[in-house]
Design a binder for this molecule. Sequence first.
Ligand SMILES: [Zn+2]
Length: 415
Amino acid sequence: MQLEKYTMGVGDRFAQEGEAQLHAFLAAREHGVEVVPVWNKSNREHKTVGTEPQSVRAEADAAVSALGWGGPYHVDADHIQLGTVDPFIPGSDFFTLDVADSIGTRASDADIEFFVSRHRNLTGELSIPGLARTLRIEEEDVASIAGKFLLAIQEAGKTYRHVVEQKGEENCCFEVSIDETDQPQTPVDMLFILAAVADEGISAQTIAPKFTGRFNKGVDYAGDLEQFTQEFREDLAVIRFAVQEFGLPDNLKLSVHSGSDKFSIYGPMNRAIKEFDAGLHIKTAGTTWLEELIGLAESGEDGLAIAREVYTTALDRYDELCAPYAAVIDVDRDALPSAETVRAWSGSQFANALRHVPDHPEFNPSFRQMLHVAYKVAAEMGERYRSALEQNRRTIAKNVTQNILERHLLPVFGG
Ligand SMILES: [Zn+2]
């Protein structure tokens, strides 16, 4: 199965917004921007909400048929490993092989030595077209990269073969994700990781590295913009080179696990992919659910009451809700409004504090991140939450569509 050039991953925690999300892709198409939707939901989200992987396929299929979306679309088994992949196999056609847990565990000395000798031709001075500087690569560098990543890629190979055996290569595509780790990868790391991916026989169509800077959930990029831009462009050059050098699929592209809303890097990314004529997969987090809260807040007293209740309950359960996401949120506890304050807010005050318009005077990034991880509270409300969504469908859908279209699809892929 061949993955398209521009793809975007959208999450939908409560599986109610498939149509509203797909509307954004239809609208982008009207702007001449063709992007293929990929619905993704991780094992962690399924566990928290109490859903099964098959529900994502059902949602995607239903949205596609309701709106008559005539193009391709995919369902991503996000961040899976050999131990978690099985329930995802029937309904998914995009598999994100997450090997971060194995990074840093050494492969056998024999495997490392073999890898180094196999790729000796890349050592010394190496110039890669599109890369402004010449790389100087020593054998020890290759050995050290192999020591860190080779075993992880071997693990990815096991999951890859397990899925291919059951689904057939023609029915799925694969991403290798190494983003959920502590250290960003350099272009040289990327080169040898791709060598290992090719050696392992993994027909990867996307690769998700860890970039410099912080990719917190639902808020803007925090880091060195110039360094990010350079890394991103160098990765594009390295991928293009690796496709030729190692015989990887020629549509292999970068995947950015953005955590959504990385407005300040969307411009540099957009310019780079156009300049390199490269593809891109951008994965967003489940921020569609924040648009549900915004829509509820804007829908009148009943909706607002639900939105307020989610927040005030979350505030009481701060530690429990934030702990699993500690590495990807930066909530300033002192900046969180008290329950009393929020109970006195109007619908538009709630919406303005939550909606990601960075220069809006009422926008509060801590409030937004706190709510982002509070979906467990809404899940526990069960039918009460779902029927509130149903009753306020129109206002919610408008927010969901606008957010994906105007704050993501057009800035990343447009122009
Ligand atoms: Zn990720």
